[in-house]
Design a binder for this molecule. Structure first.
Ligand code: UDP
Length: 316
């Protein structure tokens, strides 16, 4: 049991992580500037005796009074639509925010876990992606603001590890989905489910033959906790290796929601990766972790959650 700072604690994965940490008895200090995070994600945690929330942008100096055992850096816009809308805050939180939170961890003698991303592989030329693959990122393309910020964040984290001896972990998180995604966050799973539930056509970018590998959020959080608790610095891929084309995802969403609408095709966004699939040998062998929730089951749970929100038409 310890006292754990979660930056991005009001975000999609951050809020699930806060909940899981509280369930296992930790004290949690959640930080978020609420740019893409939402108090609604954590509102039932406010009454919890071991939970504190601080509204703060970690791209500026960050300090937490008292003992801290771990700092988990999850603050960042993470949906392509979000980081295209907020390119500079994305670059700042990945660079300055990582530096500041590493500084906090160092001052407190705390363990540090960086939420990195499969985007460090860019549009990968190796498939599936192992942690030893260096990636294929366009630094000056529109996605570069996220990809390069996270690549910098990994480099900075390793520098603190090597130079200061900081106890660090790096997770490369692949596409994660589940309840608490924003209805309009632009990511494919939330977008398709909300469109299917609303009777709107599903918007497929490009031909829909590009692939992604979708991990249910509970599996992702279990993997992150295994990484936090284990002795592997990483980077470690945390994702589900079952790979689907975007068109296959659309078909599965129709089956789960019980609707069929037309697909409408628009342009593939610039630098949109053509394929993405994690090799999770390292996580399986060294952390004893693998995903348990298949895509159909996860989509059913996610659709059940969105069904309520689509009905009440909340603005997010
Ligand atoms: N995508 C799509 N329709 C949408 C949103 C996304 O076809 O309404 C595609 C997107 O172009 C990409 C894939 O779905 O090929 C996954 O996109 P997402 O934004 O969820 O995450 P990414 O893996 O690109 O970060």
């Amino acid at each position: 049991m310890g006292r754990i700072v979660v930056t991005g604690g009001a975000g999609f994965i951050g809020a699930h992580l806060c909940r899981a940490l509280l369930e296992r008895g930790e004290q949690v200090v959640a930080m978020d500037n609420l740019l893409t995070g939402s108090v609604a994600n954590i509102e039932e945690l406010f009454g919890h005796a071991r939970f504190t929330f601080v509204e703060q942008d970690v791209s500026s100096y960050v300090w937490v009074p008292g003992e801290v055992d771990a700092v988990l850096h999850f603050a960042s816009p993470a949906s392509p639509a979000d980081y295209l809308r907020w390119p500079i805050p994305t670059l700042k939180v990945g660079s300055l925010g990582t530096h500041n939170t590493l500084g906090l961890a160092k001052a407190k003698g705390a363990r540090y876990l960086l939420a990195s991303t499969s985007e460090v592989y860019g549009d990968p030329t190796a498939h599936p992606q192992t942690e030893t693959y260096w990636g294929n990122v366009n630094p000056v393309g529109p996605r570069g603001v996220y990809d390069e910020a996270k690549r910098f964040a990994e480099a900075m984290t390793m520098a603190y590890h090597r130079f200061h001896g900081l106890d660090v972990r790096i997770a490369r998180i692949f596409n994660t989905y589940g309840p608490r995604m924003r209805r309009k966050d632009g990511r494919v799973v939330s977008t398709f489910i909300v469109q299917a539930l609303s009777g709107e056509p599903l918007t497929v970018h490009g031909s829909g033959e590009q692939t992604r590998s979708f991990c249910y959020v509970d599996d992702t959080v279990r993997g992150l906790l295994a990484l936090l608790d284990g002795d592997v610095v990483g980077p470690v891929n945390i994702g589900n290796p079952s790979e689907f084309t975007v068109r296959e995802l659309a078909e599965l969403v129709f089956e789960v929601v019980g609707a069929t609408q037309p697909l409408v095709f628009d342009d593939l966004p610039e630098d949109d990766p053509r394929q993405r699939c994690p090799d999770i040998t390292l996580a399986t062998e060294r952390l004893g972790w693998q995903p348990e929730v298949d895509l159909r089951t996860g989509l059913e749970r996610t659709a059940a959650w969105f069904r309520q929100r689509v009905a009440v038409q909340r603005p997010d």
